[in-house]
Design a protein around this ligand. Structure first.
Ligand SMILES: Nc1ncnc2c1ncn2[C@@H]1O[C@H](COP(=O)(O)OP(=O)(O)OP(=O)(O)O)[C@@H](O)[C@H]1O
Ligand SMILES: [Mg+2]
Length: 255
């Protein structure tokens, strides 16, 4: 489904990702963990074809997208939907348009079909009643759910999430986790970037842990929890680190 093979990405004069190799099976929920600046968002952008790697390949359904022209990429991007950290809602548009705009833009469905799809998606995230609301009237948790409804409405079978629970209280974060589990049950393939270890252990089939642009671990959540290497323990339980080590993780002493 998604397959990265020995990918390096340089941004500015900095190597941000190095020799990244992993794959996401159809229907799998893959969680990407890692400290700030470890390259998680860059990895999602790479999968969407928004960064060109220096070397290596990025395959989406067996097609190497690093070889595609800018004109050919929209066809690949339409297979995927991205839920941005900020939810990226248009403040001047009501929820209905925020969820359905991609469908109106594509022009492939009738207005009635779009309305139905928008309502179904909002119902799925528990926000059908908010269809006429403006984003400013919504809480942070509701905005995230509108972002998820938008991804659903697009019909994409692959959803990429950047920090879907960041900034949410535990109950809203739990509700988002529940939605992601429901989408997994529907067979949606998901790549979830998060700092939220509770979420990771709850939803992941497999986990990739990034550290300074490299894969430090990949495997199941159970394997991750069982690892005893100090670096991995430090990530899972920062109380085991010295102050200096914590600073390094936090990216305060880069390199
Ligand atoms: N356009 C860019 N030009 C130069 N450097 C960049 C660019 N975008 C990101 N970086 C650098 O790449 C590194 C990885 O950034 P990225 O946003 O992928 O990290 P992240 O793991 O998502 O962090 P966070 O958890 O804080 O969101 C950072 O050091 C960042 O400063
Ligand atoms: Mg990020």
């Amino acid at each position: 489904m998604i397959r990265l093979d020995a990918v390096d990405v340089t941004l500015g004069d900095r190597k941000v990702l190095e020799r990244i190799t992993f794959h996401v099976e159809p229907g799998e929920t893959k969680v990407i963990l890692g400290g700030s600046g470890s390259g998680k968002t860059t990895l999602l952008r790479l999968i969407l074809g928004l960064h060109k790697p220096d070397r290596g390949s990025v395959r989406i359904e067996d097609e190497d997208i690093t070889r595609l022209s800018e004109q050919a990429l929209p066809r690949i991007r339409r297979k995927m939907a991205m839920v941005f950290q900020s939810a990226a809602l248009f403040d001047s548009l009501p929820v209905r348009e925020n969820v359905g705009y991609r469908l109106w833009e594509q022009g492939a469905l009738s207005d009635d079909d779009i309305e139905r799809r928008v309502r179904q998606s909002l119902q799925f995230v528990g926000l059908e009643d908010a269809i006429d609301n403006m984003p400013a009237d919504l809480s942070g948790g509701m905005r995230k759910r509108v972002g998820i409804a938008r991804a659903l409405a697009s019909g994409a079978r692959v959803i990429l999430y950047d920090e879907p629970t960041a900034g949410l209280d535990p109950i809203n974060a739990y509700a988002i986790g529940h939605l992601l589990l429901q989408l997994k049950a529907k067979g949606v393939t998901q790549v979830v970037v998060t700092h939220d270890l509770d979420l990771a252990f709850r939803i992941a089939d497999r986990v990739v842990l990034l550290h300074k642009g490299q894969v430090m671990f990949q495997g199941t959540p159970q394997e991750l929890a069982g690892r005893r290497d100090p670096e991995i323990r430090g990530f899972l339980d920062p109380s085991t680190l010295s102050t200096e080590e914590r600073d390094t993780y936090a990216g305060r002493h880069s390199d």
